[in-house]
Design a protein around this ligand. Structure first.
Ligand code: NAD
Length: 491
């Protein structure tokens, strides 16, 4: 018997669904479309007209109104379809991601100039395989003398999503799987600097969804996204929920939009190493994490805080394993090159660049360097700023207690991500409680908290400002309760 791989299964399911979907749409009783125990939320009515179905390329539109209207048409069809269609749609998106993996990873680096191809492969593969699908939406039942109460997760409708340049395709795949798993449609306003690869992916995902029996335009995007089109999305009456992933500007804009918003913002993840740590493990973990995609990932380690007793040994191991320590006169040159004049933000020209290229530019030849570190004090821009490049500050402090306190300060209250290497359970416990971040990894790179080499599902929209943490389909759905009085308790 021929082997069935995921792509083949998606294709077969797709063919079956194409036959089943029209019937499902035709036979879906009106009563199942609206809750009978609560009034329906107000619905946006897309304007009628030829633009509703028209995108030059599937899902990619020139105009925000047209994109939102098309997504609404898709949502209405999707809502009427069976859960089997949802599962097929999500399987098809995963299969599409695998088919396109190499191209999108390559094109993201080529278009944005950020990160590393081999790391993009890993990041994209992670979201394709480990973003939860509809299975995460578990209905809950509560029964008692008064009968049965059931809660289920219902879609919002059309979600507006804004994506970053640092993980352009990863965020689209992750958001789209989660949002469509929840029964929604989505309109993306992608980062203008990544629109080529992002819109290419939107088209391929739509094709895969249609081939699997889903409606066209479940995923829409703007051909030429701008800040203005992002604003239009944020204030569009057809958008029920906003999900934004990016820096402080977009987070603030979303939270001030007057709409319900899930906001995933910046971080400045500290990694603490105390005197009890397995230093070999710490050095390797810090290099692996701090160099991941040239440190543009929001969770990637951005500064090292080490207890003095072991600081020199840790530095030696970092260098032995492929990091480069910049010292002396080179520190000023490095700072002038990669830090903006405000001393807090990066010089954008160097964001996401290879460590060896950065070193080259300050006259140091170290072609195999994976990561750079610079020792300084707490005020150093290499410690304070989210530089988004493989250049980490290094600070030594007297005790683990001091390190934990400093980590909290330099994380700036983002509540995003942190790590600690220690074998002292009390110290690990103290930092876990104090740092109060969405992700905290112990004795591992922070990416383990994304499920890469660690347990659990993944997400590339880690919503710390609004509190959802690693977002998934649960957050892209609203809870609905249905109560049946005096019946259906079976014991
Ligand atoms: P960015 O803030 O420059 O852009 C992100 C997106 O927001 C883009 O699509 C951009 O066009 C849009 N945008 C920016 N300002 C806006 C405004 N005022 N109104 C409407 N839209 C606006 O960020 P970036 O350089 O693409 O990504 C890097 C930043 O994103 C870092 O700070 C990083 O930590 C953060 N990030 C966070 C997560 C997370 O899950 N928390 C994930 C990825 C990136």
């Amino acid at each position: 018997m021929a082997e069935l791989d995921e792509a083949k299964i998606a294709e077969i399911v797709g063919r079956v669904m194409q036959r089943v979907l029209p019937q499902a749409q035709a036979t879906a009783p009106a009563a199942t479309k609206e809750p009978y125990c609560a009034p329906a939320p107000p619905r946006y009515s897309p304007p009628s007209g030829p633009a509703v179905h028209g995108g030059r390329r599937m899902g990619v539109f020139d105009d925000m109104d047209a994109a939102v209207a098309a997504a609404h048409v898709a949502f209405e069809q999707y809502e009427a379809a069976s859960l089997e269609v949802r599962y097929a749609v999500v399987a098809a998106m995963r299969a599409c991601g695998h088919r396109e993996l190499e191209k999108i990873s390559h094109d993201a680096v080529a278009e944005t100039g950020l990160g590393r191809y081999e790391h993009k492969l890993n990041k994209n593969r992670l979201v394709i395989d480990k973003t939860p699908g509809p299975e995460i939406l578990r209905p809950q039942a509560w029964s008692g003398d008064h009968g049965l109460m059931l809660t289920e997760r219902a879609p919002y409708g059309v979600i507006g999503a804004i994506t970053p340049t640092t993980n352009p395709t990863e965020t689209i795949i992750c958001n789209a799987i989660g949002m469509l798993a929840g029964g929604n449609a989505v309109v993306f306003n992608v980062h203008p600097g990544a629109k080529g690869v992002s819109n290419y992916l939107v088209e391929r995902l739509n094709e895969a969804i249609v081939a699997a029996g889903g409606p066209a335009n479940l995923i829409c995007s703007m051909a030429s996204p701008t800040i203005e089109s992002a604003q239009a999305l944020m204030h569009h009456p057809g958008i029920r929920l906003l999900v934004v992933t990016g820096g402080p500007g977009v987070v603030k804009a979303a939270m001030n939009s007057g709409k319900r918003a899930i906001a995933a913002g910046p971080g400045n993840p500290p990694v603490v190493v105390d005197e009890t740590a397995d230093l070999d493990r710490a050095a390797q973990g810090i290099i692996n994490g701090g160099s991941l995609d040239n440190c543009i990932v929001c969770v990637a380690e951005k500064e090292i805080i080490c207890v003095s007793d072991v600081a020199d040994r840790l530095k030696k191991l970092l260098v032995a394993k492929g990091a480069y320590e910049v010292k002396g006169q080179h520190v000023q040159r490095l700072q002038k090159l990669v830090v903006a004049e405000d001393g807090l933000h990066p010089n954008k020209d160097w964001v996401g660049k290879d460590a060896s290229k950065i070193l080259d530019a300050i006259g140091i030849s170290a072609p195999s360097a994976q990561m750079i570190f610079v020792e300084g004090d707490e005020d150093s821009p290499f410690v304070q700023g989210e530089l988004l490049m493989p250049v980490l500050g290094f600070v030594r402090v007297p005790t683990a207690e001091d390190a934990i306190a400093m980590a909290k300060r330099v994380e700036h209250g983002f509540g995003h991500t942190a790590a600690m290497y220690s074998t002292n359970i009390d110290n690990l416990h103290a930092m876990a409680r104090s740092i109060n971040t969405s992700i905290f990894t112990k004795n591992a790179p922070t990416y383990a908290g994304l499920g890469l080499g660690g347990e659990g599902y993944t997400s590339f929209t880690i919503a710390s400002p609004t509190g959802e943490g690693l977002t998934n389909a649960v957050h892209f759905t609203r809870e609905r309760r249905c109560t049946l009085v005096d019946s259906f308790r079976i014991v």
